[in-house]
Ligand binder design. Structure first.
Ligand SMILES: *Cc1c(COP(=O)(O)O)cnc(C)c1O
Length: 395
């Protein structure tokens, strides 16, 4: 009999805090304050403090957060925004919906985040920085390159020093996609200190989709920033462009954060550091169990990174056979992601000016996400590791 190992288990973490969570609903019932208000403001303050940013603005989802951050930072119709093709589609949806076009920069072979050499090569070979205006133009299309959206994938930040240096040199805005990286840290050699995801660009987007490291019980997201102007604009954008009630400075969106979700997030935020610690412990345990198996590569965590392991992702050329083998042994796994974005049907007409993106394409075929969640037992982990070993030694 093999033990069932779910991909994730939210009920374990919710059970021990059930009373506190239910009190959030009771409070909302008693006050009838369902959208915005003191619960949202209290959570925004706590989340900004957790990240170390001056502001956090609660919004309806991570996708809202990305879209509002881009618009608030001044991304305009027709601009080019540089990001990776190996991410969740929300990254590029937000870019398109802000009116810009996404340009793909391939990922690094080992970290799976934006390859800084490729970014540099793209900017040096295909773009010109115009000193008079301080703008960067992409020569083949004539579009203005406006921003970079690095994605902190699987809980690990992108290599931000190199990205920040290039952004400064070319006058570009940085919007971090931190939707998978609540509490992830990065050691900046330039600044000689650890920095937290959500504080390293002009603004950052977080998702509180239930399965994220900090998850709501429905949809929720937040923008963090140190820029007062961006924070004010995101506040207006989430609420139909209102500065004050019924006075609309701009056309905005319905993208507010529910009070109940904010109340839940505020309670769960107190446990986030401990959950992240448990994720790291489980990840290191997996590393020990799996590193001796030939044909399997465990996640690479550079010296400069403290990942929060939103996902624990291994690499093997036999991925497509391993996944059903594990399913037979009652082990749930995931693909993040089975196609690079430029291979998706939604983007079949997208012209990628940046040529081939082989590292992303290979990652999409070889990466497999294993179960990892706070509350996972040693027995469950052993069963996963034993099954992988059994599969890899067969042939
Ligand atoms: C989850 C996620 C998003 C979108 O967040 P939602 O809250 O689902 O809108 C964006 N980018 C990445 C990398 C994500 O993982």
């Amino acid at each position: 009999m093999s033990e069932h190992v779910p991909f994730t288990d939210l009920s374990a973490q919710h059970r021990e805090m059930e009373e506190e969570l239910v009190s959030v609903f009771r409070n909302a019932l008693a006050t009838s304050q369902f959208i915005g208000g003191p619960m949202v403001e209290a959570f925004e303050q706590d989340f900004a403090a957790f990240c170390g940013s001056r502001y956090a603005v609660g919004v309806g989802s991570g996708t809202d957060a990305l879209r509002f951050a881009l618009i608030a930072a001044g991304i305009k119709q027709g601009d080019l925004v540089l990001t990776v093709p190996y991410t969740f589609i929300a990254t590029t949806e937000a870019i398109s919906q802000a009116g810009a076009a996404a340009e793909f920069i391939d990922i690094d072979e080992r970290t799976y985040t934006m390859n800084v050499e490729r970014l540099c090569g793209f900017l040096e070979r295909e773009c010109s920085f115009e000193t008079a205006t301080g703008t960067t133009i992409h020569r083949p299309t004539g579009r203005r390159v406006r921003a970079i959206v690095p994605v902190h994938l699987y809980g690990q930040t992108a290599a931000m020093d190199g990205i920040s240096e290039l952004a400064e040199r070319y006058g570009l805005t940085i919007i971090e996609d931190a939707c998978q990286a609540h509490g992830a840290d990065y050691f900046s050699t330039r600044k000689n200190r650890w920095e937290r995801a959500g504080t390293m660009g002009n603004a950052a987007a977080f998702s509180f989709y239930p399965g994220k490291n900090l998850g709501a019980m429905g949809e929720a997201g937040a923008v963090t920033t140190n820029d007062e102007n961006i924070a004010a604009k995101v506040r207006a954008l989430r609420d139909h462009g209102q500065g004050r009630k019924n006075y609309h400075e701009v056309e905005g969106y319905n993208g507010r954060l529910d009070a109940i979700q904010a109340g839940i997030l505020k309670i769960k935020l107190r446990r986030l550091a401990s959950w992240n610690g448990e994720r790291r412990r489980l990840a290191h345990q997996y590393n020990e169990m799996l590193s001796s198996i030939t044909g399997v590569a465990t996640p690479y965590e550079p010296e400069w990174s403290r990942s929060v392991y939103h996902l624990y992702v291994i690499r093997t050329k036999r991925r497509d056979a391993l996944q059903p083998f594990l399913a037979e042994r009652n082990i749930a796994t995931g693909l993040h992601y089975p196609l690079a974005l430029h291979e998706q049907k939604a983007y079949r007409n997208l012209k990628s000016y940046n040529g081939s993106l082989p590292v992303s394409e290979r990652a999409a075929r070889e990466l497999l996400s294993l179960p990892l969640f706070p509350g996972m037992t040693a027995g469950q982990q052993q069963h996963v590791a034993d099954s992988i070993r059994e599969f890899m030694s067969s042939r």
